[in-house]
Design a protein. Structure first.
Length: 363
């Protein structure tokens, strides 16, 4: 092996790093545009949301750098403890969590608020990587699939009681990692049927979830369909090239919480169809790099870890855009790197740090 090749095998994936930094910067710019009206009206500070997100993004970049310089195998070994901690934190949310907009999803830690469901996503990726890696060659058959998914039920039940979207993401991560590690595909028909049944039970368990289905089918008939309709107006009014950065009309109180779940509709309005597709293209490149890192990992745990991070990111992007375009019922899910949320960006950048560390050990 030449010196140049040996050196390159210990370098992080610079393409992935560039895409992550690009998305983080784009997210801050877009967030400032989408949130400045709400910040000015609520807090008399148009940069209120931007400043908080800038602090969280800076912290997240520091976490990414720190994690990328520690072997991912160290974090995989800590996976059982992280998974147990995620269940404790999710239980604490149910008992002591702060209720916002009818949902308990936050724990108050002094002046800061923390969303344990974001930590749960990372913990699940690590835990499934650890579990499947320790299964060695026993990664086929119905029993392997059942055992792996069964271990997720406690965290899915805790998180899903007040955050269905995150529960769906966790289940999706499980399905993806089982698919990646299993040599057979027929069993996924049974897994898909079980997943549909599980989601149906969750939907029927709470009346507000059934109401969301009705709103999705005909948003004009319901007062709570206002957000969906205004989001679609924003998408339609953007046209091909958009109104321009900062010139959205729908963010002026028409789209509720424009800086959160519905921020993609503001992107469509200000940057048009071309800008919206370009953002999806950048996300596609990021997913491609994570796939390349997974395929070139030197061991199973690195491959599974990268695949799990890729699955988490892909599912969340797809769900958010599907909600904004009213393709699926509203589930209250953020757009990675772009939507407002300090806990989300910190843990997301932490995951990118894990992927960068895996890329240092590629073949």
């Amino acid at each position: 092996m030449s010196k140049n090749r040996e050196k390159s095998s210990f370098q992080a994936d610079m393409t992935l790093l560039t895409l992550v930094v690009l998305l983080t910067v784009l997210g801050l710019v877009i967030l400032f545009s989408a949130s400045e009206y709400n910040g000015r009206v609520r807090f008399h500070d148009s940069a209120y949301y931007f400043r908080k997100q800038l602090f969280a993004s800076s912290l997240g970049l520091g976490v990414m750098y720190f994690v990328s310089n520690i072997s991912y195998r160290f974090f995989v070994r800590l996976a059982p403890a992280a998974y147990f901690l995620s269940m404790l934190l999710s239980t604490a949310v149910l008992l002591f969590g702060q209720e916002i907009n009818g949902s308990k999803r936050w724990l108050n830690l002094g002046p800061l608020s923390f969303q344990p469901s974001e930590f749960a996503k990372v913990a699940v990726v690590l835990f499934l990587t650890w579990q499947i890696d320790n299964s060695r060659k026993k990664t086929d058959g119905f029993w392997f699939m059942f055992r792996t998914m069964f271990t997720l039920l406690p965290i899915v039940g805790l998180v899903g009681s007040n955050n269905l979207s995150t529960a769906i993401i966790i289940l999706g991560i499980g399905v993806i990692l089982i698919f990646v590690s299993s040599p057979h595909y027929l069993q996924f028909l049974a897994l898909g049927s079980a997943g549909i049944g599980f989601i149906t039970i969750f939907l029927a368990a709470e009346s507000y979830r059934l109401e969301r289905l009705a709103i999705w089918r005909n948003p004009e008939k319901y007062e709570k369909g206002f957000q969906t309709i205004q989001g679609l107006y924003a998408i339609g009014s953007g046209g091909l090239l958009g109104r321009g950065l900062g010139n959205s009309i729908q963010k002026l109180g028409f789209v509720p919480e424009a800086q959160n779940d519905m921020i993609y509709s503001i992107i469509c309005e200000e940057f048009g169809l071309i800008g919206a597709i370009l953002l999806l293209f950048i996300f596609g490149l990021l997913l491609w790099r994570l796939c390349v890192i997974s395929m070139h990992s030197t061991d199973l745990s690195g491959a599974l870890l990268s695949a799990g991070i890729m699955g988490h990111l892909a599912i969340q992007v797809i769900l958010n855009i599907a909600v904004v375009t009213n393709t699926i019922p509203n589930t209250g899910i953020t757009l990675p790197f772009i939507s407002y949320g300090g806990t989300s960006i910190v843990f997301l950048l932490g995951e990118m740090g894990l992927a960068l560390n895996v890329s240092r050990c590629r073949k």
